[in-house]
Ligand binder design. Structure first.
Ligand SMILES: *Cc1c(COP(=O)(O)O)cnc(C)c1O
Length: 561
């Protein structure tokens, strides 16, 4: 059945989460959406990949908001509805017993007709103990032991599964450190004969490095998994020589990022600034920069897609064509935007009964709710924001999930509801529950201004602002991640503060000033000037910050070397 995928060599792309479609909850946020866009772009440009991930039967979670508090529900899905069960079955040894793993084949079919296989690993099998059956259930759930077992299934199990299915893999690509244990399986595969040469290590590290690529995604230390060796040894037993493992994964603890760095010849960060930060965090490694991009067709609203189809045919295969956006009349851009805006307004009405106006600009903010993203920044001074809105009105819509264990993030959601409530009467506000891919497209295309206020330099890249650009929506953002590269002040959008201000000092004051003196006056008083910025977001940013450019770079610089 899968011969159509095994007859040619492929790049194996390992990822803990992947956003295949809104109905399949095997993702939590940006990392998973990026993985999905990697595969969608590869399908479009006919780059042969195979993705390996976990089936996450209970998903991440479905978010309900009750009295301003996030309530989490399991988000069960049935893989049989979307994917084919594969016959192959492999085992990995944990705590001295076999844990059996099977796979589901999800065939990603792009809108240009290309196909890519996605293998979703599953331990929910009769032959496993009850606790082992749950290893692949909860995305980012459970404790450290649970996480390590998931990463064993993903890295070691995933590699064995590809082998059992007959895939011919030419290169491995680790999307973040979660899958770095695949390199341990490769070390074992490339173990040297004992006594071959007394001076050589028993594993052929250069051989492993030559087939591994690693993309690091976060400049936050806590974002990098680390496991105590006692725990690792208790689970993996004699799988690997621990003295040699410590030499490549850290002396104190098994650091998944170090392991991936030491066993990959090609390493990259996800924006220029992020690569620079990563070089500082891990001195001595050559960290390339491949700035992220988003998948054109997936992140463009219907109204803009038909506009591009008409004026710039071929944009889905070659998004650089969007540099010619000036071919499109201003009125057509405005009409396409208005269609997306009306659709969002209707959705807001359905989801929370609020009436937004199509004549007033909407500011959108949606991302993972966690401290460094500072969703509360715009509410620092409620009197000030009311005064700005009285002069030139605007509306605010927000969305985002907090990780179930991130109490700070959950409190942010609660606090946002209080602020949004306090502003109502002066400003239309809404918080839309259960941020997912589908809601993300509504938001990035339906708002007028995409707001982003992270604490520098914590935002490795960020991708939602790129999605907004595909829909002619400019960003108003702190200069961090991709926006350092994407912002041309007053041309493609606006900066809050400047990139060198490490203190992040008075970002709220700077945000109010930019909004009051520059952004809102342009929207309300100079429609043609506003549409020029919309066109620049498309022509200068969407044309560049897309997944096709990103994958063509991985293909020529990482996969073929
Ligand atoms: C794009 C997307 C993200 C990532 O957005 P950032 O700008 O990187 O914060 C997160 N969640 C969903 C559902 C998305 O579509």
């Amino acid at each position: 059945m899968h011969y159509e995928f095994t007859h040619q060599q492929r790049i194996a792309y390992f990822t803990m989460e992947i956003a295949l479609k809104s109905d399949i909850p095997t993702y939590s946020g940006g990392l998973g959406v990026l993985a999905g866009d990697v595969m969608r772009a590869s399908a479009d440009i006919q780059l042969p990949l195979v993705a390996v991930s976990l089936v996450s039967r209970a998903g991440y979670f479905r978010q309900e908001i009750r009295d301003g508090r996030q309530v989490e529900h399991p988000d069960m899905w049935d893989p049989a509805k979307w994917a084919f069960p594969l016959d192959a079955k492999i085992a990995v040894n944990m705590e001295g017993r076999e844990v059996w793993v099977r796979g589901w084949l999800y065939v990603l079919t792009g809108h240009l007709g290309g196909k890519e296989p996605i293998i979703l690993l599953d331990t929910d099998l009769d032959e496993n103990r009850p606790e082992d059956r749950e290893i692949t259930h909860y995305l980012y759930g459970g404790d450290q032991v649970y996480r390590l077992k998931q990463e064993i299934v993903l890295g070691i199990g995933g590699l064995r599964m590809l082998h059992a299915l007959g895939f011919q893999v030419r290169q491995y690509h680790m999307n973040e450190g979660h899958s770095a244990l695949l390199a341990l399986e490769l070390l074992r595969r490339f173990a040297r004969q004992e006594n071959e040469d007394e001076n050589l290590l028993s594993y052929d590290i250069p051989m492993v490095r030559s087939v591994c690529n690693f993309t690091t995604h976060t400049p936050i230390e806590a974002g990098h998994d680390q496991f105590p060796y006692e725990l690792v040894q208790n689970i993996l037993r004699d799988f690997i020589d621990f003295n040699e493992l410590k030499a490549v994964a850290g002396e104190e603890r098994l650091n998944m990022t170090k392991l991936a760095l030491n066993l990959s010849d090609y390493v990259n960060g996800v924006a220029m600034k992020h690569a620079e930060i990563s070089r500082q965090m891990y001195p001595g490694y050559h960290v390339h920069a491949v700035t992220n991009g988003v998948h054109p067709y997936t992140w463009t609203s219907d109204s803009f897609a038909s506009l591009y189809d008409h004026h710039l045919p071929g944009w889905c295969y070659e998004p650089q064509l969007l540099v010619r956006v000036d071919q499109i009349p201003d009125e057509a851009i405005w009409r396409a935007h208005r269609a997306s805006k009306l659709a969002l307004i209707e959705r807001i009405k359905t989801l929370c009964g609020k009436d937004f106006s199509a004549e007033i600009p909407i500011i959108g903010f949606a991302r993972r709710m966690t401290a460094y993203k500072r969703p509360e920044l715009i509410f620092s001074d409620l009197e000030r924001i009311r005064a700005i809105a009285r002069n030139r009105p605007f509306q605010i819509v927000m969305a985002g999930k907090a990780h179930p264990n991130d109490e700070g993030g959950k409190q942010l959601i609660e606090m946002l509801h209080v602020h949004l409530g306090n502003l109502s009467g002066t400003i239309n506000t809404a918080f839309l529950p259960n941020y997912d891919m589908d809601l993300a497209l509504s938001l990035v295309s339906g708002v007028d201004i995409w707001l982003n206020t992270p604490l520098r330099p914590m935002e490795a890249s960020g991708t939602s602002g790129m999605k907004a650009a595909f829909n002619g929506v400019p960003s108003l953002s702190v200069l961090d991640g991709w926006w350092i590269e994407g912002c041309i002040e007053g041309v493609t959008g606006w900066a809050v503060g400047n990139a060198s201000d490490q203190a992040n000092g008075d970002d709220a004051g700077l945000l109010y000033e930019k909004l009051e003196k520059t952004v809102l006056p342009l929207y309300h008083d100079d429609r043609s000037g506003w549409i020029t910025v919309m066109k620049n977001a498309i022509g200068k940013n969407a044309s560049y910050f897309n997944s096709h450019r990103m994958m063509r770079r991985y293909a020529t610089e990482a996969y073929v070397r």
